[in-house]
Ligand binder design. Structure first.
Ligand SMILES: *Cc1c(COP(=O)(O)O)cnc(C)c1O
Length: 461
């Protein structure tokens, strides 16, 4: 269709009301939330861009299939329907459901940590992945290309693994001390930036050379596949399904938080290419942690919705619209001079808060300051992705300084319209106008693990 006649590729059948608050109310609400946006009630948020995780809208097909959920404890037909879809998409032999991404991580990642002082190396570990690597007694090393940190520089695939650094790290630590290589697609913590097929293939070759397992942390494998289709030479005429299949072909294990590209509110996937021993180990551990292997923490109806959502998430008109929405918000901000990571990634616009608020040091969390001000300004909830999220050094317990201090404006799937995005853009631009007045935060109470979720703060005077 002619570009100027294109809008959301869906119409709205069921509505969920939003509530407005006044600035006076928001000042009180944020204070009683301990200045942590995670502690706000969603009722008090106008446009909620905290996360794209589990916040998407399901389709009529998904809702109707939920009525067919088979709630048998063992051998549910819903499990078999989902298993068939997962095997078809990945080409892998083994599938275990999990209740969400971190459930899959908890079951699988410790299986490859066979001794002390081991490492996982990733383009960038997502925060729960890092937590499970450390809980398994291993260390998490990140190895993304340097271009990723050059925010204004255009690069088609800023999420790529730095292949030279990767081989160097394997040799430096000793290949017998590497538990596995984790390729996060898209690279969430590095700005939702895509990874090219060439980079995945070359990472896979390095893994084969050193006999290491390659794990795809593929919460956004469909969005990554769409970027490959539109940006990488040779993929323009391939379907998303073909691209995804090729990508999975290079790896040994697929872990997925289905709450992202699989368009469900809850769910996770463990798929293993052909390592039966690893599958049996994971299957043993899923029972005490998640549930019997034919449901893994999911009800039958959840598995039905997931089986449909996995496929809908790969539909091209949907993916085009989704990435257009994210780019629309990014371009509006960039045009107003707000520093953002460019080009924008797949699921979010990352506002760069180091240059937004250079007067706030990393240990006073500049991106939290901007995020809180945005809530006060416009009732929009975003999230800090920076030094607060990064946490402390496991050895020295010092605050680590993140290379980037981001406020992430994460767009839920099929939920908001362009008008909502206009509200968000206006709010961010107005905060940008008064950036010099913003103040940092220090801890009131700091949580020991994944501290950004539950810690409380006070503004620095
Ligand atoms: C969300 C996410 C996870 C964790 O999944 P949950 O469903 O939130 O437990 C892991 N890796 C990546 C890349 C993610 O985006």
């Amino acid at each position: 269709m002619d570009k100027k006649y294109v809008a959301e590729p869906y119409r709205i059948k069921m509505v969920e009301p939003l509530f407005e608050t006044t600035k006076e109310e928001r000042i009180k609400l944020l204070k009683s939330a301990g200045y942590n946006p995670f502690a706000l009630r969603s009722h008090d948020v106008y446009v909620d861009l905290l996360t794209d995780s589990g916040t998407g809208a399901m389709s009529q097909q998904q809702w109707s299939m939920m009525m067919l959920g088979d709630e048998a404890y063992a051998g549910s037909s819903s499990f078999y329907r989902l298993e068939k879809v997962v095997k078809e998409i990945t080409g892998y032999q083994y599938f275990i459901p999990a209740h969400q991404g971190r459930g899959a991580e908890k079951v699988l990642l410790p299986q490859l940590v066979t001794k002390e002082n081991m490492y996982y190396i990733s383009n960038t570990h997502f925060d729960t992945t890092r937590a499970h690597v450390e809980l398994a007694g291993a260390r998490a090393l990140d190895c993304v290309i340097d271009e990723c940190f050059d925010l204004d520089k255009y690069h088609d695939f800023k999420g790529n693994m730095d292949l030279v650094k990767l081989e160097h790290l394997i040799n430096e630590k000793g290949k017998e001390n590497i538990a596995g290589i984790i390729m996060t697609v898209t690279n969430n913590s590095a700005g939702g930036q895509p990874v090219s097929m060439e980079n995945i293939r070359k990472t896979s070759e390095i893994c084969q050379k050193y006999q290491l397992k390659l794990i795809i942390d593929g919460a956004r494998f469909s969005e990554n596949s769409y970027f490959i289709k539109t940006r990488e030479k040779g993929y323009q005429n391939k379907t998303i399904k073909e691209i995804a299949l090729e990508m999975f072909g290079y790896a040994d294990v697929f872990l997925m938080s289905a709450k992202k590209d699989a368009l469900v509110n809850m769910g996770g996937i463990i798929a293993i290419k052909n390592d039966r021993e690893l599958f049996l180990k994971a299957q043993t551990m899923v029972v005490p942690y998640e549930g019997f292997p034919s449901y893994g923490g999911l009800s039958g109806r959840d598995m039905e919705a997931l089986a449909v959502g996995l496929k809908e998430g790969m539909e091209e008109d949907y993916l085009k619209h989704r990435l257009d929405q994210v780019r629309y918000l990014g371009e509006k901000l960039k045009a107003a001079g707000v520093p953002i990571q460019y080009p924008v990634g797949g699921h979010a616009v990352f506002v760069e808060c180091k240059s937004f608020c250079p007067h706030i040091p990393f240990y006073q969390f500049p991106a939290l300051a901007v995020t809180n001000e945005l809530y006060l300004e416009a009732g929009v909830r975003a999230v800090e992705i920076g030094s607060l999220l990064l946490g402390r050094d496991p050895d020295t317990k010092e605050n680590l300084e993140s290379k980037m201090e981001f406020m992430r404006l994460t767009i839920p799937r099929r939920v908001y319209t362009y008008n909502h995005l206009d509200v968000v853009a206006l709010g961010v631009i107005n905060v940008y106008e008064k950036r010099k007045e913003l103040k940092g935060y220090t801890f009131l109470e700091e949580a020991p693990i994944l501290r950004h979720f539950t810690s409380t703060f006070k503004p620095v005077e």
